[in-house]
Design a protein around this ligand. Structure first.
Ligand code: SAM
Length: 193
């Protein structure tokens, strides 16, 4: 295991302020998952995902020092499992309480995970600096236009030959459908998406 000083040697971070017209991705925080209690309840209800996380990581290219970034990490089970495999693991989330939970999880497991209080549109990973990017159940939080921006940023942060894994829900309804009717039609969501 590398020392704290050696970690992140592979990764150059930028510090560019966001223009004011960018979607306010921190604005949903506080609506649901930004209290300690709600984060703990979320993690309890999700159940332990360790086997699922390991099955996913088995499919990804890993070596000592692989730079791994999980966007919208939630309670951080995936980056912690990646760190246990020797990855330089980064957890990114707009929720400070999610990141606090992730930090505690990493401490319990005795690994280091770098925490970034940021989102798809505001993380500061330098171009071509990351080997593997994952995101699960998080990209849907952005309006469609901004999903495109998020994907473009992910493509930019990946090294040539880097790998991106996305898991999320998608609706066949038009992006212009009002949110209320989208929520009503749960049966219209494609299965297994
Ligand atoms: C349903 S949880 C999924 C958490 C985790 N990826 C998992 O699979 O359990 C969605 C997460 O995305 C985060 N999130 C919401 N908007 C985000 C954004 N714009 N950028 C990054 N994360 C965001 C939320 O704070 C939350 O932790």
């Amino acid at each position: 295991m590398r020392s704290a000083g050696e970690r992140c040697a592979n990764l150059e971070l930028m510090d560019t302020p966001l223009p004011s017209w960018v979607f306010a991705e921190f604005s949903p925080v506080g609506v649901d998952l930004d209290s300690v209690e709600s984060v703990e309840a979320y993690d309890r209800n999700q159940g332990t995902q360790t086997a699922k996380d390991d099955a996913l990581l088995d499919r990804l290219p890993f070596g000592e020092g692989t730079v791994f970034v999980d966007l919208g990490t939630g309670t951080g089970s995936l980056p912690v499992r990646a760190a246990l495999r020797g990855a330089e693991a980064h957890a990114v989330d707009v929720s400070a309480n999610m990141l606090a939970f992730t930090r505690r999880r990493a401490e319990v497991e005795g690994v280091e995970v770098e925490h970034h209080h940021a989102g798809f549109l505001s993380h500061q990973f330098a171009p071509a600096s990351v080997d593997v990017v994952t995101t699960r159940s998080a990209l849907h939080q952005l309006p469609d236009t901004w999903k495109q921006a998020a994907l473009t940023r992910i493509a930019a942060m990946l090294r040539p030959g880097g790998l991106f894994y996305l898991w999320d829900a998608a609706s066949r309804r038009s992006a212009s459908t009002p949110p209320a009717s989208r929520c009503r039609g749960a049966g219209a969501w494609p299965s297994g998406s």
